[in-house]
Design a protein around this ligand. Structure first.
Ligand code: ZN
Length: 243
């Protein structure tokens, strides 16, 4: 079984379409989305429609829940809050209903899918520190757990001796030699690791390999849409540099 795993599209239709084009013709059986289809970007409704059409598993992110009042909007910084308020005004009732019904976490075929952290998904914790990674790796049921949220692709691996390993700037990870892996697939619509390229992953369960894919897209088009929608200009600027 081969999965494509995407996260944090954030209403960026150009990046989303570029990733789907990258996937076209490849041998993928399941499409997984780890949350934050809306927030920051100018095309939340269009991205929801595409997601509903094509994806097999869809998880809620903090922006998705904030837009429908399930997560407190005051926990966001002013730019994110501005974008959430804009999205509330822009989205259709059907789009909002769809976001309201998204689950926080899903287990499937020995895999865990969650937006932020498997231990307390509703708290939207960022897994940056070794301490946080260990707490989560010890608590998660399955040996492979996939997350998004930080917009930074990375892997934490825990071996049978309790040793923790950390990887970033990788293109593939062989899923052996450790008992548990926590894999962040990065962000499609707003990468924050210094690259403007959209990020997502392909999991090949037969080969036991996770591949990180980076895809060029026309962010200049998204930038123009962000500015003409009246969204904060910093949301356009950051797409060019990936921060
Ligand atoms: Zn996000």
């Amino acid at each position: 079984m081969r999965y494509a795993i995407l996260s944090d599209i954030h209403g960026n239709l150009e990046a989303f379409e570029a990733v789907l084009k990258d996937l076209a013709g490849t041998d993928i059986q399941k499409l997984i989305f780890l949350g934050d289809i809306v927030g920051y970007g100018p095309n939340p409704e269009e991205c929801i429609t595409l997601l509903q059409e094509k994806f097999d598993v869809i998880i809620a992110g903090n922006h998705d829940w904030a837009v429908v009042g399930k997560t407190e909007i005051n926990t966001f910084n002013s730019v994110a809050r501005h974008a959430i308020e804009w999205t509330i005004a822009y989205l259709s009732p059907d789009g909002k209903k769809f976001l309201t019904e998204l689950p926080l976490q899903k287990e499937e075929e020995g895999l865990t899918f969650v937006h932020a952290s498997p231990l307390n998904p509703q708290d939207w914790v960022y897994i940056f520190s070794e301490h946080e990674a260990l707490r989560n790796l010890r608590a998660v049921k399955n040996d492979l757990c996939f997350v998004g949220h930080s917009h930074i692709p990375s892997v934490f691996a825990l071996n049978e001796f309790g040793e923790l390993f950390f990887y970033k700037n990788f293109t593939e990870i062989i899923l052996e030699g450790a008992i548990r892996f926590l894999i962040n697939v990065g962000s499609v619509g707003q990468p924050r690791d210094g690259s403007s390229l959209a990020s997502y992953g392909i999991l090949d369960m037969k080969k036991r390999v996770f591949y990180l894919r980076r895809v060029r897209y026309a962010f200049e088009t998204t930038q123009k849409k962000i500015l003409s929608a009246g969204l904060p200009s910093i949301l356009a600027e950051r797409l060019a540099r990936g921060w």
